[in-house]
Design a protein around this ligand. Structure first.
Ligand code: PLP
Length: 414
């Protein structure tokens, strides 16, 4: 090597196995098993006490899952990567590793529904408070932070509002307060968004989305090793208990305690599929996000469409910050407003190639009416507070041609 860093996909493809495969398999096989045998009692002791890296039990490590984690680590330059069996498991492990009773989390009120409920209800029952603050207002975030704040948490593009916070500004607020910045980056995947460069310390991803492309569920928790955990009492103690440097305390606490206790590790089959998804992620995302941008530009101003919301449109209020953080095509999701809820239902019912489905970033394009489905059990007042409108359609753009999607949309609007 001449010292020049390889591209994302080259790093993924070049990631070596931890141990050579006995058959020289070019694709990491699926190690579909629970336990691993040892030659001696001593080897067993060394593995179980963490002094060798041998696998002992697949709730803790598994060769196929570990290889997937290793590839993500190599391509992102992270300190630690842990794979889970859903995005929500990654979010739950993140928060349970950070927080203890009496702590608070400063979070955006615009969150994935289950993340909102995890914070507002599940963790509240364990004495962890959530303070909702407007992430597009760094001063409001600074004002919400106090000595018991264990993290600031947000989604890089909120769904379905498509709100974009200035991460550099938020990171400065977090640095000044000695609080880690944690972000759910599901909407713009690794090759297009280098979280660490924008000051994100801990990143969670629902790999169910672009990585798995609809073949199953998964989640990733990425620790960049950028936060000095001696600033947070719970993790400062973990650094002592596990005998690691202050910057390694989060991953030590996660891997040696929280993750194995909660038992939500990724399955080998999912890791195999998502590792393959990682090889083509950059190519598929470039295509889907470019198509989303084309579709948003084409729909802007169409008869029957009251408004188009996509942060890649120059008229969008987040255009500048989205361009700086995510490039020309910020994500493969957009929303548009029709005249009424009835108009939205009629539109969805007339779609022929775009699927009526929840989920995001499948290879197929998907459309949904968030007001009546994802947020259908929330009170009308809460939905209004969350900026959800009964007139909005959310479109997740897949790998079809823009012309084919626009033809389906045009037909369904008539
Ligand atoms: C889907 C999603 C999640 C949850 O992921 P699952 O894999 O469904 O558990 C969390 N955050 C965002 C932004 C998502 O889109």
């Amino acid at each position: 090597m001449d010292g020049k860093k390889r591209g994302f996909t080259a790093e993924v493809l070049a990631t070596p196995y931890g141990k050579p495969d006995p058959h020289g398999a070019l694709n990491m096989p699926v190690y579909q098993n629970a336990a691993y045998g040892f030659p001696t009692a001593e080897a067993m002791e060394l593995a179980f006490t963490g002094r060798t890296a041998d696998h002992a039990y697949s709730r803790i490590t598994n060769p196929t899952v570990e290889y997937f984690e290793r590839r993500v680590r190599q391509a992102t330059g992270a300190l630690g990567v842990t794979a889970f069996n859903s995005g929500m498991a990654a979010v739950a492990n993140l928060l349970l590793t950070l927080a203890r009773a009496g702590d608070n989390v400063v979070a955006s009120p615009h969150l994935f529904g289950n993340t909102y409920s995890l914070l507002a209800s599940t963790l509240a029952d364990f004495g962890v408070e959530t303070r909702f603050a407007d992430m597009t207002d760094p001063e409001a975030v600074a004002a919400a932070i106090d000595g018991d704040t264990c993290a600031v948490f947000l989604e890089i593009i909120t769904n379905p509002q498509l709100e974009v916070a200035d991460l550099t500004a938020l990171s400065a607020v977090c640095r000044a307060a000695g609080v880690p910045l944690a972000a759910d980056t599901t909407v713009v995947p690794f090759p297009a968004f280098r979280a660490r460069e924008f000051g994100v310390d801990l990143e969670v991803v629902s790999s169910t989305k672009y990585l798995a492309a609809g073949t199953g569920l998964g989640g990733l928790l990425v620790d960049y090793g950028t936060f000095d955990w001696s600033l947070r009492p719970k993790l400062a103690r973990a650094a002592e208990v596990y005998g690691v440097a202050p910057r390694e305390a989060f991953t030590a606490k996660l891997r040696r305690e929280v993750h194995r206790n909660l038992g939500a590790y990724m399955t080998p089959q999912a890791a195999w599929q998502q590792s393959l998804g990682l090889e083509t992620l950059e190519v598929r995302y470039a295509r889907a996000s470019r198509t989303a941008s084309e579709v948003a530009r084409a729909l802007d101003g169409w008869p029957g469409i009251a408004a188009v919301n996509y942060p890649g449109l120059p008229s969008n209020r987040f255009y500048g910050v989205a361009l700086r953080q995510f490039g020309e095509a910020p994500g493969a999701m957009l929303t548009f407003d029709l005249a009424s809820q009835a108009a939205c239902y009629g539109f969805l019912d007339r779609l022929q190639s775009i699927c009526r489905a929840t989920n995001l970033f499948d290879n197929k394009s998907l459309a949904i009416h968030p007001w009546s489905t994802i947020f259908g059990t929330f009170s009308e007042q809460v939905r209004r507070e969350m900026d959800i409108s009964p007139c909005t359609i959310r479109l997740s753009v897949g790998l079809e041609d823009a012309e084919d999607l626009l033809a389906d949309i045009r037909r369904a609007l008539e």
